[in-house]
Design a protein around this ligand. Structure first.
Ligand code: DGU
Ligand code: CA
Ligand code: CA
Ligand code: CA
Length: 193
């Protein structure tokens, strides 16, 4: 049964430790207890995914707070951020992250924030409005192997940005860019589109 159209207000982070959480198209929006969806770094996430959990068919609503935090890897399928908060998803501890489909809009700064070692695979994602689509933590050495496979990205500055000599990005198949300035920014070196 579809839950499209139903809106769930999240007062404390929803923890998914392994297994599958299927939102069936419902929208989850943060209450003010988690944050206001602005650029404050002290906000909480709506979802905490742990140890290879799968999150699917979820929309994050008007208040995106600190989005989704991942510990020990996760898979996302058809997860859509309608208004990214401080950021959309953060890799908080080492593990592989796979994101298939889905979309994000309205990020002031970053969409995907990588703060721990990871193989990060982004497949056929759509993003509109961001500064950086995928960013390893500023000034830190993080072993992130990022693959961006297809997708469409518009109105942004950087597809990938890192300060880490251990990080790499691979662009595969047909990626569509519209009004995006750089494919990569490594330190202060920008590689224009
Ligand atoms: O450099 O660590 O933006 O996880 C300052 C901070 C910053 C993080 C990151 C995040 O990089 O707060 O949201
Ligand atoms: Ca941040
Ligand atoms: Ca954040
Ligand atoms: Ca690497």
């Amino acid at each position: 049964l579809s839950k499209e159209g139903s809106v769930i207000v999240v007062n404390e982070p929803i923890v998914v430790d392994g297994g599958v959480f299927d939102g069936k198209g419902a929208t989850y929006t943060a209450s003010s207890k988690l944050g206001d969806g602005g650029q404050s770094e002290t906000q909480s996430p709506l979802f905490i995914l742990k140890n290879g959990a799968t999150l699917k068919n979820v929309n994050l609503g008007e208040n995106g707070a600190d989005g989704i935090h991942v510990y020990g890897g996760a898979t996302l399928e058809n997860v859509n951020w309608q208004n990214v908060g401080e950021d959309a998803l953060t890799v908080k501890s080492a593990g592989d992250v796979t994101i298939v489909g889905g979309s994000a809009k309205g990020a002031t700064d970053k969409i995907f924030q990588i703060n721990a070692d990871t193989r990060f695979y982004l497949k056929d994602f759509v993003a509109d409005g961001f500064t950086t689509l995928v960013r390893t933590n500023g000034g830190k050495q993080i072993d992130a192997d990022v693959t961006i496979d297809g997708g469409a990205f518009s109105h942004g500055s950087n597809v990938f940005r890192t300060d880490s000599s251990l990080a790499s990005v691979t662009f595969l198949s047909d990626i569509t860019l519209d009004d995006v300035k750089n494919w990569t920014r490594v330190g202060d070196n920008q590689s224009g589109v």
